[in-house]
Every structure is written in structure tokens, then in C-alpha cells.
Design a protein around this ligand. Structure first.
Ligand code: CA
Ligand code: CA
Length: 601
């Protein structure tokens, strides 16, 4: 087992070369007809995932992460007739936050759960085919609940990340472990919970641990074997590696990180990446620079709180865009960057959008990182008045927590959004039919102050204290439809509790999202009108997905309250303390008569 990315050597396996060679000869044919067989899930199938509704092979329902389905059998006219087909309980006593997205392939549904567990379920009946529970050591340090955000499929493998910072690949049919690779040492604060992404036979993954002074990075391994191919650090000054050899430093030592703190600089890649098949670039978000107390780390602190575009073939940074330079507020920029196209002055623009934790919705050129637009998707931003479109930099106010120096505590300020973000991890969705992004947002602020801090391996590395407060009495959460061409909010749905689950949209003109109050809800994608809801029994913070089986459309989502809000939410946590915990996976379909109302509508 590899323990140090700098010493790992990975080579592409002969098996993958054969696969690629075959696809090279008849690529189009493979993409169109190859849905099953000994080779299992192929690169061509993954590239085409968004257009093949009979399976869901990637988290994000496609490498670009648009979370859009071409299915329209369930639509605005009949969604009221959506009823449960089956439900599966994760069981045990480990009922904590369930933030996963299901994958669907060849009669099986793969669902991950809290405490690094995964199940293969029968697509028709929900019966358990196999389950795997990763043996977690004492002393793991996940910052924000023991969650997992989903798996990846490749060949006959299903691959997921574990809280002790491993990647584990299991046989899809048997659940037997095929390979198990250590990402890094959990005792140094590393953990992993993002869904890996498969691109060109590589399993792309990041690291969690930005609250522990880890060194953020993106890693690419041979998906068949788990062996390292390249590593790209996201803290400026660290060396990258390709096939075991030095592959250039990220940026330049001490350019934006004077002193020594870059050695424990954070910028954790804890949500992983999306991919633009037409640009050959991975788009990876990075978290806060470490520690939170910005007074001790002068400079912009690249590549923290940024979108970093990495060439998937050589592991080099093609461009980066830093949304919060020299971050004072824990505004992790990990949020998903979603490629999409739009017309401007008669020309198609290759763009990408990101709703950042700092409250701005950014539209960039996905080929070079040039900023087109940045507009607020929350009602209150104290830290910056706007983003200068010429320089690409935020125009900041002086609403920063004060320097404590050697005092116990520096000046406290009230800042919005809170560090839990205008948007946190929960992914938005893009509907090419409406041209709108659907952004799960929250309205909250925080008292924040700085404290002196020194790095200690494996210990929390913040140098800050905080209390989160709601901004409004009647709601915290909101689902907002954003027009990326204007930056305007087209419609919004307000939710009493903070929203914490992913969004999905379909060609049936629908938007699906769960709520902590326990509902999976469906909205009209054009108007935001709530059309359907179902009470799942615990808070829904999972990522819905949809697929087709035997000519019928299904919708699935995990239910189970938890995540960062109850742990870090301050005044907000008190508001949601009575929500029941859980752990189950729900699947819905249209009632055949088409005449019933959903049981709990
Ligand atoms: Ca598919
Ligand atoms: Ca953070």
C-alpha cells in the first residue's frame, strides 16, 4: 500500500490500453451500443452518461455535473402521481447524515452511507445484493459529520472514498475488495468523503482536512489498479508528480505565501472535480487556506478558495480563478464548477458556472478562466460590495475579523454569508432546456473573531471562533433559479430550515430537492411552483437522481439528517435539533392509474 504520494509510481495497465485501442477503432459504435458485457463500464459510456437515462454512472449524472436528465416521462403534468416504489433501510445504529447520490447500472443501485458504508441493491426490488462496511480506525477526524457523497463506476468496479482517507474499489457483483489505496494519514487530519470521478481510465479524487492544515491536492490513479499516475498540489509551492517523477511546482514558492505556512496551507479539494470533455480540463474547487486566522498568512494564498483547471493528461494547472483571495471567513471555494454553453452576441460561449460559498454566482470561460460575470445569489454579503469584472477580484469591505496579535481574541465582526456558506457542498443543477441553474442557498451570518494559533499535527487549525445566526425569522434555506446570462434570480422557493441536499433537474421541466424537514420536493423548473412532496421520515440532504427501467422513469434519494449544520450551526443548530435522524434510500415512480395523489401530498 502506498503511503506517500511523492514516492508512488503508477503505470497504465495493459488492460486499459487494450480497452482504449478498441475504442479508438470503433469509438462511435462503442458509445452507441455498448451497454453491458465483460468490460463493464467504459470511458465512452461515462463520457456519454448524461444521454443514457437507463443508467447513472457518475455522481453529477455526467462528468460535467449538470445533474440534468433527458427523461420526461415524469413531468409537470403527472408528478403529482409520484409514489414510493420501495425503500431500503441502511440499518444499524449509525444513523447520521446521508449525502450520497445513487449510481444505477445493470440491474443494481449502488448507494453509499454514513461511516464509509456502501450497498448494492436490486434495481427492481430494493433487496440487498451485498454490503460493505469499511473498518474505520479510532481517531479519524472528519470535520463535518461521518458522511459520504457517493461512488464511481469503472469496468466491473465500484470505487468510493473512506473517512480514514483511503480509496476502496469493490467488485460490482460480489462487493469483494479489489484494491484499497491509502490517500494519506488520517492522524495528520486527512479524510475523504467526495465521490471520485472517472476520466479517461483515471480515478480522480481530492482530500478533506482543511480545518487541520493538510496540503490540498488532486490525485489521478489508474482506476483498474489504484496505482498513482499524477498528483497536483493546490497549495502554491508544493511539487507535483507524474508517474513517480517530479512534474513541476504548483505556482512558485513564496509568491503568494510568504514565510512557511504554505507547508500546512489547506486548500483541501474536498468535493473533487468536474470535467469538460471538450477542454480536457478537470475543474476542481479548493477550500480555505489554513489556518482560518488570515492575519498570520499574508498574501493571496494561492490556490486556496479557487477553481483550479487541471489538464487531465499531464496533471498540470492550465488556469485558476481565486474567488476569495486571502480568505478571512472560511469561504471554501470547493463548489462544483459546471460546464455549460450559452449564446452571446450570436456566438456560442464555452462557459462554466459556480455558486460560491462566498455568495457570488460566477460565470467563467471554461477554456481559460476569464470572468464573464459574478452576481450575488444571497441577499446579504458583508465582505465584498461586488466583483471587479476587469481584474476578476472582489472589491472587499473592511468587514474582517481583527488581528488578535498576542491577545486572547481579536475584534469580532458580524459577517454574511456565514462560513457554512451562501451555498455549501450541496450541488446545484443546470437545465439546458430552461437555460437556468438551480442553486440551493442559505441565508445566515456569523459573529467571527480570530485567536492566536500554532500548527499541531492532527489538531484543529483554525485560530478563529464563531457563532452562526439566521438572517430572517421565516426562512434560512432557499432554492433559487439563476439566469447565468444576466445573473438575475428568476424564481425562488424559501424553506424554513437550511437546505443541505443536492438538486436535480429533468427534461420533464422539473427540479427536485430534499429538505431537512424530511421532504423530497418537485418544483416547476420554469416557475418554481411546488408540485409534489413526500415525507421520507428524516431530513433529506442527499442528492436525487433519476433513471429509466423497463420503460418507466424512477427517482431515488437518500434520507438521513446530519451533516455540518447540527455540528457547527450555532443558533441555527438549535432550530433544527428536533429533526429525527435516519438512514434509508427511497425510490419513486408514477402510480400506474395516474389518478392518485401522492400519499402524503
Ligand atoms: Ca447514463
Ligand atoms: Ca473550510
Amino acid at each position: 500500500m502506498e503511503t506517500n504520494p511523492q514516492s508512488t509510481v503508477g503505470f497504465l495497465s495493459p488492460r486499459k490500453f487494450n480497452l482504449r485501442a478498441r475504442m479508438g477503432v470503433c469509438g462511435a459504435l462503442v458509445a452507441a451500443t455498448f451497454t453491458a458485457g465483460a468490460a463493464g463500464v467504459t470511458d465512452a459510456m461515462i463520457v456519454n452518461d448524461q444521454n443514457t437515462p437507463e443508467d447513472v454512472l457518475t455522481v453529477g449524472m455526467g462528468q460535467g455535473g449538470q445533474r440534468f436528465s433527458t427523461l420526461n416521462k415524469i413531468n409537470t403534468d403527472n408528478v403529482v402521481d409520484l409514489v414510493p416504489a420501495w425503500s431500503f433501510s441502511f440499518g444499524g445504529e449509525k444513523q447520521r447524515g446521508q449525502e450520497t447520490q445513487p449510481l444505477v447500472y445493470k440491474g443494481k443501485i449502488f448507494v453509499t452511507g454514513s461511516y464509509s458504508r456502501i450497498w448494492a441493491l436490486d434495481e427492481k426490488t430494493g433487496a440487498r445484493i451485498w454490503s460493505y462496511e469499511h473498518r474505520l480506525p479510532d481517531g479519524i477526524v472528519p470535520c463535518c459529520d461521518v458522511i459520504n457523497r457517493g461512488a464511481a463506476l469503472y469496468g466491473d468496479l465500484v470505487i468510493f472514498a473512506t473517512l480514514d482517507a483511503h480509496l476502496v474499489a469493490l467488485n460490482q457483483d460480489t462487493g469483494k475488495v479489489v484494491w484499497n489505496e491509502k490517500i494519506d494519514d488520517y492522524k495528520a487530519g486527512y479524510s475523504a468523503s467526495a465521490a471520485p470521478l472517472i476520466v479517461k481510465g483515471l480515478v480522480i479524487s481530492g482530500v478533506s482536512g482543511g480545518e487541520f492544515g493538510v496540503v490540498g491536492r488532486v490525485e489521478a490513479r489508474d482506476a483498474n489498479t489504484g496505482k498513482m499516475v499524477w498528483v497536483r498540489p493546490t497549495v502554491e509551492g508544493h511539487m507535483g508528480y507524474l508517474n513517480g517523477k517530479e512534474n513541476g511546482i504548483s505556482g512558485k514558492v513564496n509568491a503568494t505565501w510568504p514565510g512557511e505556512l504554505w507547508k500546512t496551507g489547506g486548500a483541501a479539494t474536498w468535493l473533487g472535480c468536474t470535467f469538460g470533455a471538450d477542454t480536457n480540463l478537470l475543474y476542481c474547487g479548493t477550500g480555505n487556506p489554513s489556518p482560518w486566522n488570515a492575519n498570520v498568512r499574508p498574501g493571496d494564498n494561492l490556490y486556496s478558495s479557487s477553481t483550479v483547471a487541471i489538464d487531465v493528461d499531464n496533471g498540470k494547472i492550465a488556469w485558476s480563478y481565486q474567488s476569495t483571495p486571502h480568505d478571512h471567513w472560511d469561504f471554501d471555494g470547493v463548489n462544483e464548477f459546471i460546464p455549460f454553453d450559452f449564446k452571446k452576441d450570436g456566438k456560442m460561449i464555452k462557459a462554466g458556472a459556480k455558486a460560491d460559498r462566498n455568495g457570488f454566482f460566477y460565470v467563467l470561460d471554461r477554456t481559460n478562466g476569464k470572468l464573464f460575470n459574478a452576481s450575488p445569489f444571497v441577499t446579504k454579503q458583508t465582505w465584498a460590495s461586488h466583483v471587479d469584472l476587469k481584474t476578476g477580484r472582489p472589491v472587499e469591505t473592511d468587514n474582517r475579523p481583527g488581528d488578535p496579535g498576542t491577545a486572547e481574541k481579536g475584534k469580532s465582526v458580524f459577517a454574511a454569508p456565514s462560513f457554512l456558506g451562501g451555498k455549501n457542498w450541496m450541488p446545484m443543477a443546470y437545465n439546458p432546456g430552461t437555460g437556468l441553474f438551480y442553486v440551493p442557498a442559505n441565508e445566515w451570518g456569523m459573529d467571527i473573531w480570530n485567536e492566536p494559533i500554532a500548527y499541531k499535527r492532527g489538531a484543529a487549525y483554525l485560530g478563529a471562533g464563531f457563532t452562526i445566526h439566521p438572517l430572517y425569522d421565516d426562512y434560512i434555506g432557499a432554492l433559487r433559479a439563476m439566469d447565468p446570462t444576466t445573473g438575475k434570480i428568476v424564481w425562488e422557493y424559501k424553506n424554513p430550515a437550511p437546505v443541505w441536499g443536492g438538486v436535480m433537474t429533468t427534461a420533464g421541466n422539473l427540479v427536485f430537492m430534499g429538505t431537512p424537514e424530511g421532504f423530497l420536493k418537485a418544483f416547476d423548473a420554469k416557475t418554481g411552483k411546488e408540485l409534489w412532496k413526500f415525507q421520507t421520515g428524516s431530513g433529506v440532504i442527499g442528492q436525487p437522481a433519476t433513471w429509466e427501467m423497463d420503460g418507466e422513469q424512477y427517482v431515488g434519494v437518500a434520507s438521513g439528517w446530519g451533516g455540518a449544520v447540527p455540528l457547527w450551526g450555532g443558533e441555527v443548530a438549535k432550530k433544527v435539533k428536533d429533526i429525527s435522524q435516519g438512514g434509508s434510500f427511497w425510490v419513486f415512480k408514477l402510480h400506474k392509474s395516474g389518478a392518485v395523489k401522492a400519499a402524503q401530498n
